[in-house]
Design a protein around this ligand. Sequence first.
Ligand code: ATP
Ligand code: MG
Length: 508
Amino acid sequence: MDTEQIGSRAADFFKQLKIKDILKSLRVRFFIIVFVTGVVSCLVLHTMILDSYEARAVSVRSTEVQTQLRILANHLIMYNYLQDTSSDVINAELDMLANLYDGRVMVINDDLKVVKDTYNISQGKTIISEEVVNCLKKGSKGTISKYDNANGYIEMITPIIESQVIEEGDVSIVGDSNEVVRGVLLTSVSTDTIETTLSVLSTRAKNMEMIIILVILVFAVVVSYALLKPFDRITAAINDVKAGYTDQPIIGPNYYETEQIINAFNSLLRRMKVLDDSRQEFVSNVSHELKTPITSIKVLADSLITQENIPAEVYKDFMTDIVAEIDREDKIINDLLALVKMDKKASGLNITSVDVVALTENVLKRLRPIARKKNVELTLESNRAINAEIDEVKISLVIMNLVENAIKYNKDDGWVRVELDADHQFFTVKVADSGMGIPEESLDHIYERFYRVDKSRSREIGGTGLGLSIARNAVIMHRGTIEAESVLGEGTTFTIKIPLMCGNTKTN
Ligand SMILES: Nc1ncnc2c1ncn2[C@@H]1O[C@H](COP(=O)(O)OP(=O)(O)OP(=O)(O)O)[C@@H](O)[C@H]1O
Ligand SMILES: [Mg+2]
């Protein structure tokens, strides 16, 4: 594949991807979460560190200048500078301070007049700043400092305090009566150096951040890819199963969560396999059963064709056998259809109010001819009238199958007793016979499709092994139960128990 092809394929791929689909991906979400968390914490850290550096630097600078100002204020008192500004020492000291901190110092007396300004601008003017007035009038023992970060300076107001001297005149008396505020030092100090350091730090931090963000990006990609890899494995394994490459259970080192998915999927797979096996078995049983009569018909027909001058009686005999085989085939097909119909839950029940005693009598009437053939005595016992909300056709089928079996698998001159009973919730039909009985190990299997205790004998009798399976399905559809008890050689009793009101539990 050349690069052009790869390019056009990639373009197609991205065209198909929609933003909504992309955001739906767990991997993309995971990536976004890791990446955003990383970047946000990085940025927060950046801002916090720079802010705290700034606050700390400003506070250090303020304390440093304040100490100097306090010393200066003492000197001003000592040299009586407020009255006489000619002192070279103080002037030099003021200039030095102003230069050192790249700032401006104004000395203000208690008349709010500026006696000295290191910028030489405001000398002689009156200052009416609220802070200055407050500092003078109310008095303040400490320096007030204010940081103006927009313009890059710290403003400080330091009282010039004279101690122990009580003079006459209009002066403010502050706190202890021997401390008097004589004036104020109004200083502003540039914070340019702090800002320069800040901008240097910020640039460095930004460079570092770029690297860290790149690392986080790579990390987020790797983590989101690696952590969600088990899900890819599951999808691939499920696709393999779907495509039919394998029916092996999925395995793999995984997380607890993916293990849950795998377990659920594996049990689904097992269930599907069971269903598939039983379907295959059913199909092979069906074909086998359907083939048997056809094989017989073919053998019979073949022998008629190959032989010449066959007497009419033999012809008739063979034809009768052929008709019997066709009837058998027809019965199997009808039974299978009944079974399939009942398997489909949607087919549901056709519930009506039914007189169960009359229904049973009707079934027995239809079976009497067969019973008579074997000289089996067929009796019905019922002590009360039973009316039930049931599907008449299906329950007839159930009773018919049970009684038919009881006659078929009976001995000559035996008996079959059908007992009906009911309480306020259920009615029961008991079909007891004096037949050959069912071996204990077969009792669990008699409801399986095509199961016959004695295959060769049953076929001789004419059974396909579908009757009980149909009966059980019909009983279950009515939310009833079916049970069998048997003593080998003595007889069998089937009991079905069906709710009187099936209409409430209709299955469709
Ligand atoms: N009353 C009974 N006494 C003895 N064996 C029985 C009795 N009922 C059923 N069986 C055994 O159970 C098997 C399954 O019965 P089922 O009614 O499902 O099939 P079948 O009678 O062989 O064929 P079908 O009813 O489909 O014509 C029978 O083949 C038979 O071996
Ligand atoms: Mg049967």
